[in-house]
Write a protein that binds this ligand. Structure first.
Ligand SMILES: [Zn+2]
Ligand SMILES: [Zn+2]
Length: 328
């Protein structure tokens, strides 16, 4: 980060805190705003290692977990929200999140949740049964389980006031349905969670509960639209959910668009030798080792196949319990 950017963050009392994750070596960024209402943007997972890292960093600013009064969650993925309930229990902090993440953040049962239909959805993509069951059940790690039943839902457009700035809530669906960014208009600062990262590898996840009800739902399209909207806001300093803060967003957005364009070329190449299920396309265009990788790969390919379908380059037809994709 450049010196002027660092000085600005210091002036606004914004401090980046990195917390470890158990399933990967990628740390999560939490941002501590040392305000008269001490605030955290995102929290990390609910492991003792993440708690200790947060606690140690807060003590450098003569604060403790018990001082936190407000927690803003960029989205409901566990690496951003799972530690929030423990912080709330110790401090009484209010937790804010976008309402589309309700079941992830609060644990409230979702009306659209139907594991049988979700497994059937993966079957329709050609995913073998045992893998489909694992994808629907999700990982068992206790560090991702805690929920915050009393968190407060946002819709986008709200404003949070601080001593030295104001943050506006911008709904940026795609990476997840309720992903939000926080924009400080006056200082051109943008907190982006996982919507905009310093790597083009981030993608939009399949939202199972939405996808099983609406076959046309394409989170990748929403994600790319959200990135365009953020680009129009022209933030100077981006504070992402992973990796180092960076300047501007047009270069990285260009890389994201290019990566997806290349992926569509690879998908068309994979389909040259005949129709394939989505899972077969994934196996030809991705190398993956874990269930999490597979989930990401399926999300990426499903989104890009949807774009190829909208462009009239690929068609889909049912073949028994699967969908097959073929070049038009
Ligand atoms: Zn995420
Ligand atoms: Zn993340």
């Amino acid at each position: 980060m450049s010196n002027p950017a660092q000085h600005l963050l210091e002036r606004l009392a914004i401090h980046q805190i990195c917390t470890p994750n158990s399933s990967s070596n990628i740390e999560t960024n939490c941002y501590f705003i040392n305000d008269s209402v001490p605030t955290l943007i995102d929290t990390g997972i609910a492991s003792s290692e993440a708690y200790e890292a947060l606690s140690a960093a807060l003590s450098e600013h003569r604060r403790s977990v018990a001082d936190i009064k407000r927690i803003l969650l960029t989205h409901g993925h566990a690496d951003h929200r799972a530690l929030a309930p423990r912080i709330q229990a110790e401090s009484g902090a209010e937790i804010y999140y976008h309402h589309a993440e309700r079941s992830r953040v609060t644990g409230a049962p979702s009306s659209g949740k139907d594991p049988g239909k979700e497994i059937e959805f993966f079957h329709s993509l050609g995913v073998p049964h045992d893998l489909a069951v694992r994808l629907v059940d999700g990982p068992e790690d206790p560090a991702i389980k805690p929920r915050a039943p009393s968190a407060i839902a946002l819709s986008g457009g709200e404003e949070f006031l601080f001593d030295a700035m104001a943050l506006n809530v911008i709904h940026t669906p795609g990476h997840s349905g309720g992903s939000i960014c926080f924009l400080d208009n006056e200082h051109d600062l943008l907190f982006t969670g996982d919507t905009l990262l310093p790597t083009s590898r981030i993608t939009a996840f399949i939202e199972l509960e939405v996808s099983v009800q609406n076959a046309d739902y394409n989170p990748l399209n929403l994600h790319l639209e959200s990135l365009e909207r953020l680009e129009m806001l022209g933030p100077k300093q981006v504070l992402p959910g992973h990796g180092d803060p960076f300047h501007g967003c047009s270069i990285i957005n260009g890389e994201v668009r290019e990566r997806h364009r290349k992926r569509r070329t690879h998908i068309l190449r994979a389909l040259r030798h005949g129709p394939k299920t989505l899972y077969q396309i994934c196996r030809s265009v991705f190398l993956f080792n874990s269930d999490e990788d597979l989930y990401l790969a399926l999300s990426d390919v499903l989104g890009n196949v949807g774009i190829l379908h909208d462009e009239g380059k690929v068609r889909q037809r049912r073949d028994g319990r699967h969908f097959l994709y073929e070049i038009i």
